[in-house]
Write a protein that binds this ligand. Structure first.
Ligand code: SF4
Length: 458
């Protein structure tokens, strides 16, 4: 006789989704669910750790080991803002960049790299951001070269990326990225009429045309094996609504099959241009229409387009990964501003640059990595990894293993670290997306498309 271990459940249409602490799930029909509640287990869940007297302790240990970073030495990802200046004035800019903002000095840049390489990890992912990092090209080149040198001297690997708006015609910059295999992360909000409205150049001209021009150069280099595929995000604002097909077609037209549909954040200039921000219901409708269209393009037109965020969630769901593995502040990432102030994440760095220094952990001139960890604010942020145990609403949620509602969002939108999930729009969005995922996974045709090449994704 089985003894049921703790589980959460949710009714999904006619069926029931059950999930457990270890990241396993199953969809049961009503009859199966009724027997399950009486501890009669259908065969398909026997190995899924729902039975307390049949737990695979070795497996559970390996899941916890991964999930709670038992071998943790420090964060791998380091996001460095080398300038607050920008050649654009995007309506939703989280950084509120302007020509009057500051540049990072080389002294500070070096100190940040020294700080990063003092962490005991053997590999680092270093991302340069801004403002627009190419508007401080001198420091961008110098900090990159210094980090390369440091990587050689310490025999620690370093991988580089840059967040750039690509809103310029300067092949020297693009050559610099290609020659040094620096992965480019940029924005393409959709067709010209949407992109140019959101992303406004300070000088005359169309930012859309520059982006498309530069993407062509980067794609050529990718096909020659010189650089990673560029990562492009479409920031979803009120201008995107009802334009799902146009936005996705724009990507496909330019031969880009990886699309990321990210909602504009309630940080920085977006709070001034509030009419651009959309709510959870609007986003969920937009997202569902987009995924339906993506499925249509895959099945009917054989175009292998996918949404990056959905792939990441699917990867976690199907591989017993948890959100904590990748996206928890401090555990997985740190961010630095142009003065060398250290923050748990880039979004919290942006909140800091907008005037609220609550989450500043210290400064590379004053603190070493161990100092940071002993600070109360660092401990609080790291505790957020356990939010699914600490928030009653999340504790009973069947999606709590995979949910990624970030701390910065709770703080920016609800002025609370933990958030009030009953009213939290990101919670509502995640619940909606998970409902959709589990519904789609029940359909063989859709499941094949969604999980296609999932293992090659990373
Ligand atoms: S934030 Fe919402 S979706 Fe996420 S675990 Fe909590 S209740 Fe579930």
């Amino acid at each position: 006789m089985h003894k049921i271990s703790s589980y959460n459940f949710k009714k999904l249409n006619e069926n029931y989704l059950i999930s457990n602490e270890y990241g396993f799930y199953e969809i049961l029909n009503k009859k199966e669910f009724d027997s399950f509640k009486k501890a009669f287990f259908p065969k398909k869940i026997i190995d899924k750790q729902f039975s307390n007297n049949k737990l695979d302790l070795e497996l559970i240990h390996s899941i916890y080991f991964k999930k709670y970073n038992f071998d943790w030495k420090g964060p791998h990802t380091h996001i460095i803002s080398i300038t607050g200046k920008c050649n654009q004035s995007c309506l939703y800019c989280s950084a509120s960049s302007s020509d009057r903002s500051k540049d990072m000095s080389f002294k500070t840049a070096k100190r940040i790299i020294d700080f990063i390489f003092s962490i005991e990890n053997n590999e680092f992912f270093i991302e340069f951001t801004g403002g627009e990092p190419t508007s401080n090209l001198d420091i961008l080149t110098k900090i990159f070269n210094y980090a390369k040198e440091k990587s050689k001297k310490t025999a620690k690997s370093a991988y580089f990326s840059v967040v750039t708006n690509l809103s310029y015609r300067n092949e020297k910059i693009i050559d610099f990225f290609i020659k040094n295999n620096i992965t480019v992360c940029s924005s393409l909000d959709g067709p010209k009429e949407i992109h140019d409205k959101n992303r406004i150049k300070n000088a005359k001209g169309s930012s859309y045309e520059d982006v498309i021009y530069n993407i062509k150069l980067l794609k050529k280099a990718y096909h020659k094996g010189l650089i990673e595929k560029p990562n492009l995000i479409s920031t979803i604002t009120s201008l995107s609504l009802n334009n799902e097909k146009k936005i996705i077609d724009e990507y496909v037209k330019n031969g880009i099959y990886r699309i990321q549909l990210g909602m504009a954040e309630p940080i920085g200039r977006a709070l001034i241009n509030k009419e651009l921000l959309i709510d959870d219901k609007e986003y969920l409708k937009f997202y569902r229409n987009s995924i339906d269209y993506i499925l249509f393009l895959n099945i009917r037109k054989k175009i292998p387009v996918y949404e990056k965020g959905l792939k990441l969630l699917l990867y976690d769901i199907l591989n017993f990964h948890s959100a904590s593995k990748r996206s928890v502040d401090i555990y997985n990432r740190l961010a630095y501003d142009y003065d060398g102030n250290i923050y748990p994440s880039d979004e919290l760095r942006l909140i800091g640059e907008n005037g609220d220094k609550t989450f500043s952990l210290g400064n590379v001139f004053d603190d070493d990595f161990k100092d940071l960890l002993s600070k109360d604010i660092a401990k609080l942020v790291m505790l957020y990894q356990l939010n699914k145990y600490l928030l009653p609403y999340c504790f009973h949620c069947p999606y709590n293993n995979w949910c990624r509602v970030p701390l910065y969002y709770n703080y920016a939108s609800q002025k609370s670290l933990w958030g009030n999930m009953l009213l939290n729009q990101r919670c509502s969005i995640f619940r909606g997306i998970f409902d959709m995922i589990f519904e789609l996974l029940e359909n063989k045709k859709y499941k094949n498309v969604l999980t296609n090449s999932l293992d090659d994704f990373f």
